[in-house]
Every structure is written in C-alpha cells, then in structure tokens.
Design a protein around this ligand. Structure first.
Ligand code: 5GP
Length: 127
C-alpha cells in the first residue's frame, strides 16, 4: 500500500526497525549517516537500498529538512556504495519513490541502486 511522502515519521516502519537492529538485513555499507543493504525482493541482479540514519519520511522530507552536510554525506554514501560494489564500469540506476503515485511503500527515505544487467530505457512501469 503506497504511503504518503509527508506527515509524521512512523518509528515502527520497517527501515527504522532495521536501523535499530530489531529486524535483520544484509548490510553492504554503513557510516555515520547512512546504511546500505540488499533489497529483500530484488528487481535486478544487484538491488541495494541506501537509507539515512535520521528519521525522514521521504525524499521530500529529507531534501527539505535534513542539514546540508547530511544531504551531501548521504548522496556521497550512495556513490561510495555503488563504487564499492564495482558498479561504475557497467553502470547503474538510482531511484527514489516519493508519495502515493510513485508507489513508495516504506515511509523512511531510501535510494534504490539497481544494476547487474541492462535496465532498459523505460523509467516508468506502464508509462
Ligand atoms: P519503495 O517501494 O518504498 O520505494 O521500496 C521499498 C523497498 O523495500 C522494496 O523494494 C522492498 O522490496 C524493500 N523491502 C521491504 N521490506 C523489506 C525488508 O524487510 N528488508 C529489506 N531488505 N527490504 C525490504
């Protein structure tokens, strides 16, 4: 069920629980601002999620409310993850869903890194 990209942060969302160690994940990277782990239902041979450690509901929330240093450090972490996974030569796609029309399901901002095969030119399913 897609969630609103606005409104109060739900500390019981699945990624908050992963950050607190209440639910396991397969981590690939962690620093002070970000955690990256494999998606539980991969849609490409490589499908990694990168999430900020702070409580941000969505990209809209994160981009508007996070301190500039946090925004910079987070997106640097996304690049570092992709590089560390060896994805730069063949390339990859990053994607963030925001709000109901995007199909965002987890109300904690996250960036998808998709790679491992040609991903196609279509950016929008059914579009
Ligand atoms: P969204 O649709 O919100 O952009 O993406 C949410 C992503 O989180 C989906 O790709 C989904 O497979 C993934 N996901 C949902 N629950 C879990 C979980 O418990 N563990 C992991 N690793 N991924 C999850």
């Amino acid at each position: 069920m897609p969630v609103s990209g606005h409104g109060p942060y739900d500390p019981q969302n699945i990624f908050a629980r992963i950050l607190r160690g209440e639910i396991p994940c397969q981590p690939v990277f962690e620093n002070e601002v970000a955690l990256a782990f494999h998606d539980i239902a991969p849609q490409a041979p490589v499908h990694v999620l990168v999430i900020p450690k702070g409580a941000y509901v969505s990209f809209a929330d994160f981009s508007a409310e996070a301190p500039a240093e946090t925004v910079a450090a987070f997106f640097r972490a996304v690049g570092e993850v992709a590089k560390a996974l060896g994805l730069e030569a063949a390339g990859y796609r990053i994607l963030a869903n925001m709000g109901p029309h995007s199909g965002q399901e987890v109300p904690h901002f996250h960036v998808h890194i998709l790679a491992g095969r040609p991903l196609g030119a279509r950016l929008v399913a059914g579009g």
